[in-house]
Design a protein around this ligand. Structure first.
Ligand code: ATP
Length: 805
């Protein structure tokens, strides 16, 4: 809230020197003696008057004269004849400029008899500018200094009150009416003229003065016959807070306050004088009542007092300059003026800082708005040019592209890839779960088969079977749930992939495509890495299952071996060991031995594959710390045969593949039926060319070799060589060694028969071997091919089983 201050009207008295007319009159004397800066002596004693005649100080006394008044009067400031307008400005109106800029309304009015020097003080001349110009020049200078923090809109009006009529001195509008509103007395239809410098103001004042009513009087050849009111309206806008305030500075040059008689007017001049006197009388009344602290002030008695209402009794800091002549020729007028000034000194005004906008004439705002709009457009254009320059500079400073544009691209790419990655993880996660359950079901089925074989108590067997069925159904339910979810997520993932592809196409067309393509590649790698991580987790989960199940099998097998051993001992001890049972045990032993050698062969193959990989990567066994520490044979003993991706049905391609329903079924089928399918072709010579017969061996997956009962039947042996067919059918143990023995027994080997496989699954490991070794298991020549003779037997799963000629 703006603080209120109570202050008196400041009153300054300015004494002008004698004019030529006064100088010429030798009967006159000085009636105003300036004592100091704030006091004067009115009508001093004649002794006090100094008069020089022919260089000698004279003392004279006018015997016709009454007693001297010798009134000492105090004012806020008294200016003597040698004080200039500049002095008045510095001491009286310059402080008002600061007050105006701080939001206080201010008024300066000059009062005095005609010819006392009012216009000289207020307007001055070109050589000696008056208070109006000096004050306004200072105001503009201070505005300029504050322009960074504040915005100023300045508009002026110049009015005269002549014969009680209010006229606009800047434009010819005819008499104007006064009205009162919440902001005080306003002149209806008054249009403020914006100004931007004190020089503009000079021209405006000259124009206004040329329109002002002037007539020569006895007292003043250029006597102003009207009251001139110059008002400056300033709207101050604080740039930081946008707080607005409107202040007003009024500078009023009153018409002469002389007695009508002294102007010797008749007719119009008389009316003029009467009117002037009427308004000045009203002014005097107001001043008297204000000075007495009365509540009712008759401002409405004249238009002059209505206009000055603010300045006299309102929210205004007011300065009154009382102009007097030092000559006794204006004794009465000077006395009256000084009396007025003394009374005015007692008037107290209440000052309040203006913060809220006061009403200014609409036309002023209309004009200002036009200006502001124009300025705004200019600034917008300039802003555009500057922005273009800034972005050009930024580009030149970095990689030639707009960083904001690139950033937008990055954000978009990130968002699209993040969605695709999330959906990919979801789909692969579901696939992993389905495969995991599938695998677990297969294993559990196999275990259930073994359990059935081993079971002796029918009741326990039945209970276990029920548990197995329950467990399988739980697994099925889970799997079905995942399968139901999968298609929706897959569709989402596919559309995310499509979006990703279209984004890539857009990137290719973008200005900064070189940078963006690198970024997109990085994002692709990130996606691939995420996929790989999912696959790794999947393999780990399957591996965990595998480890648990093989532990169980190992333990069961150990127990089975012990039981068989004990049974054999008891049969032998009880002498009930028949040759058939003996033969079964021997076959079992042979099978175990074979299984062991089969595993060893597999190890050799895997070692050679590893060697190939090391060679391809430029590493030898010695460089490999884990391998160089053990010999080849030791390695065979130490390392367990590892399940291949193919065995586990865990190839990355399959993991990534589209899981259509048929795929899914196929996977299921793959686990349902034994998929470790060995298909072997036996080639017999017929008319100099090899003709194939095919023997299909079905071997349950993950079944230890020695526990497998391989089946060869008429249905799965196809071909035209009857001898071969017969020999194969005789063998009920189809294995590498068994086949060899069978063939040897049937003397087929001698017939230059070659066995070759026609089914080798392209496992990733085999493909890697192909890439690294330059040959595949399929394309690789059989061992011993250097002799150009075909081998006797070459098995499928070439990496695992191969017999030399
Ligand atoms: N302080 C001064 N020093 C020198 N000359 C002055 C001074 N004051 C006034 N004069 C001169 O006196 C004459 C009358 O002054 P001015 O016109 O200012 O009187 P006024 O009070 O405005 O009269 P009116 O009321 O008739 O207009 C002018 O010629 C002016 O130059």
């Amino acid at each position: 809230m703006p603080a209120e201050q109570h202050t008196n009207i400041k009153v300054a008295v300015r004494v002008r020197p004698y004019n030529s007319r006064e100088l010429e009159n030798h009967n006159q004397r000085c009636i105003v003696k300036v004592m100091d800066r704030s006091a004067l002596l009115f009508d001093p004693d004649e002794e006090d008057d100094e008069f020089f005649f022919q260089g000698t100080k004279q003392h004279y006394r006018d015997i016709t004269k009454k007693m001297n008044k010798k009134l000492t009067m105090d004012f806020d400031r008294v200016f003597d004849i040698d004080n200039t307008n500049q002095d008045l400005f510095e001491e009286c109106t310059a402080p008002l400029v600061d007050a105006v800029l701080n939001g206080y309304n201010c008024s300066v009015f000059v009062y005095g008899a005609t010819g006392a020097g009012k216009t000289f003080t207020m307007l001055g001349s070109e050589a000696c500018p008056g208070l109006t110009f000096l004050t306004m020049r200072d105001l503009f200078e201070k505005i300029q200094m504050q322009n960074d923090v504040r915005k100023f809109d300045v508009g002026v009006s110049y009015l005269e009150v002549y014969n009680e009529q209010v006229m606009n001195l800047l434009t010819k509008t005819g008499p104007m009416k006064l009205r009162e509103d919440a902001n005080g007395v306003v002149v209806s239809g008054l249009r403020l003229t914006p100004i931007y410098s004190a020089e503009e103001l000079l021209k405006m004042l000259a124009l206004g003065n040329s329109n002002r009513t002037q007539h020569p009087t006895d007292a003043n050849a250029e006597s102003s016959r009207s009251h001139a009111i110059f008002q400056v309206h300033i709207r101050i806008t604080e740039r930081k807070t946008d707080t607005k305030r409107t202040v007003k500075l009024s500078m009023i040059d009153l018409a002469g306050s002389e007695r009508a008689a002294s102007t010797k007017g008749i007719g119009v001049r008389f009316k003029e004088g009467a009117s002037i006197n009427k308004s000045l009388l009203a002014l005097g009344n107001c001043i008297n009542k204000l000075a007495d602290g009365l509540k009712h002030i008759p401002y409405r008695d004249s238009n002059l007092t209505r206009i000055l209402k603010d300045s006299l009794g309102g929210n205004c800091r007011t300065l009154m300059v009382a102009n007097v002549s030092m000559s006794s020729l204006t004794y009465e007028d000077t006395y009256n003026t000084l009396k007025y000034a003394s009374r005015a000194k007692k008037i107290r005004t209440t000052l309040k800082q203006n913060v809220l906008k006061s009403k200014m004439p609409t036309e002023f705002y209309v004009k200002k708005i036009d200006e502001v709009v124009g300025e705004n457009e200019r600034l917008k254009e300039r802003n555009k040019t500057l922005e273009a320059k800034v972005s050009q500079l930024e580009r030149a400073g970095s990689n030639g592209f707009d960083p904001a544009e690139i950033q937008a691209w990055y954000s978009r790419i990130d968002a699209v890839y993040a969605t695709a990655k999330q959906l990919q993880e979801r789909v692969l996660g579901l696939r992993s779960k389905i495969k995991n359950i599938n695998y677990r079901q297969t294993v559990k089925k196999e275990l259930e088969e073994f359990r059935k074989l081993m079971s002796i108590d029918q009741r326990v067997c039945q209970e276990d079977y029920l548990r197995f069925v329950n467990y399988m159904s739980t697994l099925n339910n889970q799997m079905e749930k995942y399968k139901e979810e999968l298609p929706a997520w897959r569709t989402k993932m596919e559309s995310a992939y499509q979006e990703l592809e279209s984004l890539k196409r857009e990137v290719n067309k973008a200005k900064a495509y070189q940078i963006l393509i690198v970024y997109v590649k990085y994002k692709d790698l990130d996606m691939q890495l995420a996929k790989q991580n999912m696959f790794n987790s999947h393999v780990s989960a399957i591996n965990q299952e595998l480890v648990e199940n093989s532990d169980l099998l190992r333990k069961s097998f150990r127990v089975a071996c012990e039981v068989l051993n004990q049974a054999y001992d008891r049969l032998e001890d009880g002498q009930v060991l028949t040759p058939e049972i003996q033969s079964v045990y021997e076959r079992l032993q042979r099978k175990m031995r074979f299984a062991d050698s089969e595993a060893n062969i597999k190890m050799v193959e895997m070692d050679s594959l590893a060697t190939n990989q090391r060679l391809a990567s430029g590493k030898t066994d010695d460089e490999h710390p884990a391998i160089s520490s053990v010999t080849g044979s030791a390695k065979k003993r130490v390392r367990e045969p590892e399940p291949t991706d193919d065995d586990l049905h865990l190839s990355m391609e399959e993991f990534e593949s589209q899981d259509t329903d048929s795929d899914s079924d196929d996977l299921h089928r793959t686990f349902k039926r034994p998929r470790n399918l060995n298909e072997t072709q036996v080639l017999g010579v017929s008319n100099g060319t090899y003709k194939p017969i095919t023997a299909t061996v079905t071997k349950p997956k993950k079944m230890p070799q020695h526990m497998v009962t391989d089946l060869l039947s008429d249905q799965n042996v196809r071909g035209s060589n009857d001898a071969m067919k017969k020999a194969l059918l005789k063998s009920n143990h189809f294995s590498a060694q068994g086949l060899k023995r069978t063939l040897a027994a049937a003397s087929i080997a001698k017939e230059n028969v070659k066995f070759t496989s026609n089914y080798v699954r392209k496992s990733p490991r085999a493909l890697v071997a192909k890439a690294l070794g330059g040959s595949s298991t399929l394309a690789r020549k059989p061992l011993g091919s250097a002799t150009k003779e075909p081998p006797v037997v070459k098995f499928n799963r070439a990496a695992s089983f191969r017999l030399k000629k």
